[in-house]
Design a protein around this ligand. Sequence first.
Ligand code: NI
Length: 172
Amino acid sequence: MAKLTILEFPDPRLRKKARPVEAVDDALRATIDDMFETMYAAPGIGLAATQVDIHKRFLVADVSSDQSDPRVFINPVIVEKDGVTVTEEGCLSVPGYYEEVKRADTIRLKYLDRNGEVHEENLDGMLAVCVQHEIDHLDGKLFVDYISEAKRTRIRKRLEKDRRHQAAAVSA
Ligand code: NI
């Protein structure tokens, strides 16, 4: 297993739209394991392939508090949405920022599991919010797209400044 590098806003690669996975094979399963390792190390509750510069439609999630519920969703499609919920969200690609986002409360999701088998499942609570957030990533969308442009620009400038400081620190 290997830890992968997580792209950070405003990296343009986060804006690419991911393509469907064509084969659920050992190579994909190895990447999925790496994504779990990366997500748990961060730590985070969800990670989309787009965030590690892989532009295929799959994501991993674990909303438990003790890493006991690892979930993989390949080629996820929301077939039904119901209700509204507002959650304070963060993102491993926008470190240090949290904003309230309005999403569906319950979703019905069609997806493939790590063996390539098709499932249709109702999700609610934190997992439903997380999966909607990660599917946005696969479509090149970030949670900061839901807030005002002024706020988004402020976050971008702050993150760029942080990164310049980090670069100066390692080159010193
Ligand atoms: Ni995210």
